[in-house]
Design a protein around this ligand. Sequence first.
Ligand code: MGD
Ligand code: MGD
Ligand code: SF4
Ligand code: MO
Length: 707
Amino acid sequence: MTLQQRQEQENSRTHSVATHCPYCAFQCGMLLGGSPQQPWIEGDRRFQVNKGGLCLKGWTAPETLAHAERLRTPLKRQPDGRLLPVSWDEALESVVHFIQATQQRYGKEAVGVFGSGALTNEEAYLLGKFARLALNTSQIDYNGRFCMSSAAEAMNRAFGLDRGLPFPLEDLAQAEVILLVGSNIAETMPPLMQYLDRQQRAGGLLITVDPRQSLTARSGQRHLRLTPGSDAALANGLLHILIRDGLIDEEYITRRTNNFAAARAMAAAYWPERVERLTGVPEQDLTAVAHLLAQARSAIILTGRGAEQQRQGVTNVLAYINVALALGLVGKPGSGFGSLTGQGNGQGGREHGQKANQLPGYRRIDDPAARAYLAHVWGINAEELPGPGRSAYEMLSSLGTPNGVRCLFVMGSNLVVSAPSALHIEERLAALDSLIVCDFFLSETARLATIVLPVTQWAEEEGTLTNLEGRVIHRRRVFQPPAGVWDEISVLCELARRLGKGQYFPFRSAREVFEELRRASAGGLADYAGITYEKIDAHQGVFWPCPSLEHPGTPRLFSDGFPTADGRARFHVTHYQGPGEEPDQDYPLYLSTGRILTHYQSGSQTRRIGQLQALSPEPLIEIHPTTARVHGLQEGDLALLSTRRASMQGRIKITEAIREDTLFVPFHWGDTQAVNRLTNPALDPISRMPEFKVCAARIERLTNPDA
Ligand SMILES: Nc1nc2c(c(=O)[nH]1)N[C@H]1C(S)=C(S)[C@@H](COP(=O)(O)OP(=O)(O)OC[C@H]3O[C@@H](n4cnc5c(=O)[nH]c(N)nc54)[C@H](O)[C@@H]3O)O[C@H]1N2
Ligand SMILES: Nc1nc2c(c(=O)[nH]1)N[C@H]1C(S)=C(S)[C@@H](COP(=O)(O)OP(=O)(O)OC[C@H]3O[C@@H](n4cnc5c(=O)[nH]c(N)nc54)[C@H](O)[C@@H]3O)O[C@H]1N2
Ligand code: SF4
Ligand SMILES: [Mo]
């Protein structure tokens, strides 16, 4: 390093800004400086959550800022089919024209909005308001439906409130036993592992439940390698053993819960031999885990997408909550139940009104009092507010149909890669009158758009996000956005103005939107009324609910009661149903999907980062050695993977860590490498979550890859 280079680096360091990572819900604090072309980045040691740690995705995140493929001008589909640059004025005028033409012909509801857990609280709030007030449509939902909806519904039903972790992360380090269900933290939130490491160094036990002995499972003391889709049976089996062996907390159950009798009667049918047959988990392992949980002075049960992204995702989560309640864990320090939120703002993004059934502050759109309150804040009549709309997959399936959405506005999702049965979704998108996509890259979805609007990225805009603990944090702006790019707040306000609704969208900054969000959420379950940017900065974030400026925020929930009608938590009857598709002669294996360390979600960002792409250039199909042998497959072979819906090509990765009856494929790739062309869109009846985690599949060697 020359002297000049060293001096420049020192300059960057001293002029760096504390901000947060663009990706997952752990929202690591980072110091970012230099320039978009030559960024300087370091983990923020002063931020209590990650304590300086970053994963490889965080370290390389600044590369997206000055990326050569960055969109810098709006694009418009030409009569000859090409997407060509146009001015902002022409693009916005076209968007307004498309919206109005569709609404005049087919009614207000023919315009739909698809939002994202990647948006800041301010953007998510404004997008919900834009749909209801500027577009007058009920048709809005978001990609979090594919992520947190099962856990959210289950926690709402059992506890009366959904905050992914109802306790601070610090509690994880204090727990004697952690039961981690269907989550691979070591690859999906690596800096979170420091809490589990501390827990284990202090003598604590980590027990994992996963069909794969994942990187995370390997770091724990016990692993239950269950059959995909059998979580409810496993949890009911644990409850059965706890009751049988007299290990439940009778006093807690009587004092703090209701409906236990129904759960007890249900659990009677899950005797361990039966559970062993359903889950493949040996009876003695199940018994040992039940006893370890019961003997611990403090224990935490956590679920991730493994148990939640199923046709019975809500039931699965409720079944694990039953276990936590029977042990009296919920509301005790160092103990409890939680679900690990996924997207950067997966928590805040589900609180402020971009869900089909929701108004800001985690209010229900079908609740007359909530409607009256929001109408008052927004200065309209409650009758003008649309009712509940369709959930994500149902809206996407309706595209271009007679009563469906015909003009779709997408902000922050690459849904042709990430929605289930993706070929069907592609067909539906093609049937639209118009598709408008706001993104900073030409994602697989943006490639299909009528209009593409280029927007700012994380480090170029200010806003708040709510991390997996319910801690509201401040993402600061570090760099000027490139010329030609608008931030989402300006896009929404300008569109509203051109649609004749400008009086409701007078915002000039994220802070101004946040001021209205505070009022809109006041009195709701997710109450942000007492949170300000200054307070966040002074305290490394503020936990909601925070109803007043004097209020310190609420790191720990449920210590003295539950926000339910009777103040008690509720047990549920959680019978095991099995997955929507079981293996059969034609499709003899289970296929499960998920994530690997190097890529984020649909890969639209991380597949553009050289280092990450070089580490994982293509999807690998994980298969057990015995199964590989039976199918004549060797490491590195190209294989054809098929389900009842479609086929894809992928390379074989042989691993002892997976069950013999199961294959695992990450969903980070598009087009012919998209595993979502294969997945089953069967939906959970309550959360409308698709069954990403289980379907029936067949695998064969590809002798002629080009055919
Ligand atoms: N590297 C990386 N990190 C990410 C993301 C990313 O895309 N890449 N995305 C972020 C987001 S939005 C999310 S939602 C989180 C998700 O984070 P995780 O939930 O940790 O991730 P997944 O890989 O989807 O699933 C976790 C595990 O579920 C297991 N599983 C599969 N089927 C079953 C089953 O039937 N039962 C049980 N118990 N387990 C099963 C899989 O084998 C897998 O190991 O990650 C966040 N972090
Ligand atoms: N098979 C299978 N499918 C899955 C899952 C699975 O486990 N298996 N997991 C599901 C889960 S948990 C999730 S969360 C979804 C996520 O899937 P997607 O909704 O596709 O999420 P991303 O890949 O993050 O897509 C975000 C897109 O928006 C852009 N973007 C990022 N940030 C912003 C922003 O702030 N503003 C705007 N305007 N654009 C932005 C990115 O460039 C990218 O093109 O996938 C789901 N799909
Ligand atoms: S763990 Fe999540 S927030 Fe932290 S650096 Fe990695 S992707 Fe970013
Ligand atoms: Mo997610």
